[in-house]
Design a protein around this ligand. Structure first.
Ligand SMILES: [Fe+2]
Ligand SMILES: [Fe+2]
Length: 354
């Protein structure tokens, strides 16, 4: 029997590369991703039910919603209503792609139930603003639902990165609308749009979008950690071709996007600084240049069995930080699994990718 000196083991451990060298098989990585998503999903649902279980009808004093908002603010409310109206498509289309994954598909249904509340929250805002008649609203909804939203990408990896950027963009939209609703906009068009009910609406919905963003961020990190080269490519594709959901199927979307741009809610500046830069930073990538450079340097090299292995030096991409964050979420999952008892029978265990 061989005995190992703990000091030598420590020394060897410290010399192991801190970037992924692709020693795990794809099958094993897919299994780890699946387990990670299941753990994430279970933890998310417990937290979501305990902290964000609000109701779009009863948690707001709708009779007090202002009925004299500026026409521009009404255009914004109608635009948000329209975007959230495609929730049946947002749920069903991606569900078809990820249906085999327990964690990811069940999360998606839960996510859909939260997005469904957003659609009703904006419905109530438009209805109680009384800017339009209930008949108009009914017809507009029919017009919207006459169109179908289609997936911008049809594979699970691209879609995890798409949802990261999309959820963050949605959150930024609602946070900046809250600034107007608090009466803090410097834009004179919105000088008379302060509305305490709208402040509450924006706060509730922005908190949900933040939770969605965080979930997708954790999921995206798992992909990035186990499949770095492919993930960087997917991320780059998303950034290059990103468009807000349903923008191409909503009638008069251009009018809405011009209004939100002029209102300082969302435009190229917010997109680049508050969405792309922020998400890249959260994912351990120091910027778009680093992302493109990382893609160029990463190569997929076949191993002795013909499997593609990743060899890469990713300057500007902080893998130790990514691993630290992945380990952190595994500790969170572990806490949930210990509490419930999963940990005694079948715990989710972190496996390093080097
Ligand atoms: Fe939403
Ligand atoms: Fe969302």
């Amino acid at each position: 029997m061989t005995s190992y000196d703990p000091e030598i083991i420590k020394e060897l451990e410290s010399q192991r590369p801190k970037i992924p060298v692709g020693l795990l098989s794809r099958q094993e990585k897919d299994r780890l991703l699946e387990r990670g998503f299941l753990g994430l999903y279970r933890w998310y649902v417990a937290k979501s039910q305990a902290s964000r279980n609000w109701n779009p009808d009863k948690d707001f004093d709708w009779r007090k919603f202002r009925k004299d908002h500026s026409p521009e603010m009404n255009t914004i409310l109608e635009g948000f209503f329209a975007v959230e109206q495609y929730v049946p498509d947002y749920v069903t289309k991606l569900l078809q792609v990820i249906r085999k994954s327990h964690g990811r598909s069940h999360f998606h249904i839960r996510w859909g139930s939260e997005e469904e509340k957003h659609a009703d929250l904006w419905f109530n805002s438009v209805l109680f603003s009384e800017y339009r008649s209930p008949k108009w609203l009914d017809e507009y909804m029919g017009q919207l639902r006459g169109q179908e939203w289609h997936l911008p990408w049809d594979d699970p990896m691209h879609m995890i990165f798409y949802t990261v950027f999309q959820e963050r963009a949605t959150q930024v939209n609602y946070l900046n609308t809250a600034v107007i609703a608090r009466g803090q906009s410097t834009n004179p068009t919105y000088a008379n749009d302060a509305d305490p009910v709208l402040v509450q609406v924006c706060a509730k919905i922005a908190a949900d979008e933040a939770a969605h963003y965080n979930f997708f961020l954790e999921g995206a990190r798992l992909f990035l950690y186990y499949y770095p080269a492919e993930s960087l490519q997917a991320m780059s594709d998303i950034i290059r071709h990103f468009a807000m959901p349903a923008g191409n199927v909503i009638p008069n979307y251009d009018v809405f996007s011009e209004v939100v741009y002029k209102a300082g809610i969302y435009g190229p500046r917010e997109h680049s600084k508050d969405v792309v830069q922020k998400a890249l930073e959260n994912l351990g990538v120091s910027g778009r240049k680093a992302l493109e450079a990382g893609i160029k340097r990463s190569r997929l090299v076949p191993d002795e069995n013909g499997n593609l292995r990743e060899t890469a030096t990713f300057d500007g991409i902080d893998f130790p930080a990514i691993e630290q964050k992945v380990r952190r979420i595994y500790r969170v999952i572990e806490g949930h699994e210990k509490e419930v008892g999963f940990a005694d029978i079948d715990p989710t265990i972190f496996v390093p990718n080097y």
